[in-house]
Ligand binder design. Structure first.
Ligand code: FAD
Length: 628
């Protein structure tokens, strides 16, 4: 059963690097170059709404990885799908693009159950485990006695497939006979195969420095990450230290006493104290990084890592789209352009693929995409809930009276202006986030189109040999050149389709695909077996990389998702009694067409804008009065 995670080179555009190697590499320098975060699974699905933006923000701040705690009472082991810690770890890894470590306790666990959990972790792509014993209870039974048993068990069954961390206690573990014994027990975990250690929280740098020196003296050589808990409130501080059986230094108690009822003052004190502590740790030359127990709150940790300037830099994009961190997808470097506004949906629909396209989008086989929303985690993240409904209604209109109301929301989104209710439209059902920086170049064109009912959901300007280091269009390794064809995708009315179909034959260098929600009729001049590269890059010493394509097979899958979002997402913002809003959206969904256009003449100014202007003008001349 032993197998290894494929270890790819670190400098390729798609190499998977195990967390253990990332840490070893960083440990070679005396500089602190990263931070990581600990989260706990929220008790309700609703609370996940807050955890996802928190994870995204920490990724953007440059967290190297996240860890998710394990709660034996919360995790229902009878059904692997119900194990909350695994669900959160999966979200962090697959939908927030953050390398993720799961905590796993072995107390009360049988070897069979443990194997089932480890198999499930493999399935979802988790390759990092913090192997723990967990706290004993009165009736503790099970096949494991110590965390070292769990480490040995994982190594025995899975070789070095998993990166394994273990817990270390700068002030000895409360159950241990003495410090020396506790250090020896820690060494047993490392000797059993642990790759690194994360420490229990502590408040003073000397405690950590002495601990590391004691560990080194008995031959523990793996990296030892200090676990740091910014003090966030007086109550949480006393509760956590009581549970961990730790003493709070007198100085902190004295400082906090006068402000203990003022949460903001306590938090600010905690931030200052932690920044000072971290600076001392950084200067000690004993750690490559800092691990923060965030308590699922962002402000304190974010403020501290910004002050310390230790975010792991993600500035350079290896590919034009967000690259997954799941090792199973490490070779993936080609995707259809259609999902660029909904990358989570693409990841979910392709979860079951055994292989991901690398270099070329397979021409011969039709990849089978999973169906949308058949997966409860993704469905939960993507849905309109009573809690977020208000926010969506503010963005997408409290009530829609006619199609122009919808056009206006689209226009406000691309223009970055407020809608007529005075709210910013930060996302649309087809675009989870704001516009990409490169869209700024064509923003005024898109605003104009949307104002006239050409409802754009995806686009890119043409680019002809710009440096791969360009801050807006660049991606891939340095000293390369990147290219792309102008692309635009939009919904339009039947009337405008008639105009467009008349104009298209005059533009032989434009590829198009046009269809309605039923997929009939389907107009195209594309070859079903021939994907069109719309983004590619030329790099020294490498084959041409073409990470984004347009093809007929995936467009046919995408169009179902694209049309479904009118009613399955946007319309859900409105109560059933709001007949007008439902009818406006239903009418667009049932009568509009989805169009994509690729201008293959990428070195020259694109013809797409003048072509669509012709559609607007000819529609003006021939349309019925309501279509302007
Ligand atoms: P062990 O390493 O097995 O140590 C337990 C005790 O046994 C120690 O006193 C040790 O000295 C002794 N010992 C160890 N090996 C031997 C041996 N071979 N022979 C004799 N004695 C031995 N708990 C959770 O329930 N969920 C979590 O998500 C969680 N996350 C944590 C994260 C961190 C960073 C830390 C520091 C702790 C975490 N804990 C968590 C708490 C942890 O489960 C408890 O501290 C638990 O009591 C000990 O776990 P351990 O893995 O350190 O155990």
């Amino acid at each position: 059963m032993q197998e290894k995670v494929k270890k790819h080179s670190t400098n390729g555009s798609s190499g998977f690097v195990p967390l253990s190697s990332k840490l070893t590499e960083r440990s070679q320098s005396r500089e602190v170059s990263f931070f990581s975060i600990e989260l706990f699974p929220p008790k309700t699905w609703k609370a996940l709404d807050n955890l996802v933006p928190l994870l995204n923000n920490f990724r953007q701040l440059g967290s190297l990885f996240s860890t998710v705690t394990w709660h034996s009472t919360m995790n229902q082991l009878d059904n692997m799908d119900d194990i909350l810690s695994m669900q959160v770890a999966e979200i962090a890894l697959n939908y927030c693009w953050l390398d993720t470590m799961i905590h796993l306790t072995c107390v009360d666990m049988t070897t069979d159950k443990m194997l089932a959990i480890l198999e499930r972790l493999k399935q979802i792509g988790i390759t990092n485990i913090l192997a723990l014993r967990g706290d004993l209870n009165e009736n503790t039974v099970g096949d494991f006695h110590y965390a070292s048993d769990l480490v040995g068990f994982i190594r025995h069954h899975y070789g070095d497939y998993f990166t394994i961390a273990v817990a270390g206690y700068p002030i000895e573990h409360p159950e241990s006979m003495n410090k020396q014994q506790d250090r020896e027990n820690l060494k047993k975990k490392v000797d059993a195969g642990a790759d690194f250690i994360i420490t229990q929280l502590f408040f003073e740098a000397d405690v950590y420095i002495d601990f590391v020196d004691e560990c080194r003296a008995i031959g523990i050589e793996v990296p030892i990450l200090p676990g740091i808990m910014p003090i966030q409130s007086y109550d949480s501080l006393t509760k956590i230290t009581r549970l961990s059986q730790l003493d709070i230094p007198n100085r902190i108690i004295q400082d906090l006493e006068p402000i203990r009822n003022n949460d903001e003052a306590v938090r600010n004190y905690g931030i200052e104290w932690t920044i000072h502590l971290c600076r001392q740790l950084m200067q000690s030359g004993r750690t490559p990084g800092l691990h923060f127990f965030t308590l699922n709150r962002q402000h304190a940790t974010a403020t501290i890592v910004k002050a310390l300037e230790i975010g792991y830099s993600f500035c350079h994009k290896p590919l034009p789209w967000k690259q997954p961190v799941n090792h199973r997808r490490c070779s993936e470097n080609v995707r259809p352009i259609f999902w660029s506004g909904r990358p989570e949906s693409y990841v979910q629909r392709t979860n079951t693929w055994d292989e991901f396209p690398n270099g070329r989008w397979g021409r011969v086989h039709s990849p089978s995409f999973g169906s949308l929303n058949d997966y409860h985690l993704f469905a939960a993240l993507d849905s309109i809930t009573p809690k977020n409904r208000k926010r969506y209604a503010a963005m997408w209109g409290k009530q829609l009276l006619d199609e122009q109301d919808v056009w206006h929301i689209f226009e406000a989104y691309v223009a970055g202006t407020n809608n007529r209710f005075g709210h910013k439209v930060e996302s649309l059902p087809w675009n989870d986030e704001g516009l990409a920086p490169e869209t700024n170049v064509i923003r005024h064109r898109l605003s104009h189109l949307n104002r006239h009912g050409i409802l754009t959901i995806n686009s890119q300007p043409n680019v002809n040999g710009i440096s791969s280091s360009d801050s807006i269009h660049g991606w891939g390794s340095p000293n390369g050149y990147v290219y792309q064809k102008a692309y635009v995708e939009f919904f339009i009315s039947q009337h405008k389709i008639d105009c467009l179909l008349k104009i298209l034959p005059h533009y032989p260098l434009v590829n198009y695909q046009i269809t309605n929600s039923k997929g009939d009729p389907f107009y195209t001049n594309c070859d079903e077996d021939e994907p069109i590269a719309v983004t590619w890059g030329v790099f020294p010493g490498k084959e041409i990389i073409q990470p984004t394509i347009v093809d007929v097979v995936s467009f046919k899958v995408w169009k179902d998702e694209a049309f479904s979002l009118w009613m399955n997402k946007w319309a859900r913002v409105y109560p059933d009694e709001d007949v007008e809003s439902h009818s406006v959206l239903g009418s667009i969904c049932n009568t509009y067409y989805l169009v994509n256009l690729v201008d293959n003449d990428y070195p020259n100014e694109t013809c797409l804008w003048s072509m669509l202007e012709q559609v607007i003008v000819s529609n003006h001349c021939t349309s019925s009065s309501h279509e302007v």
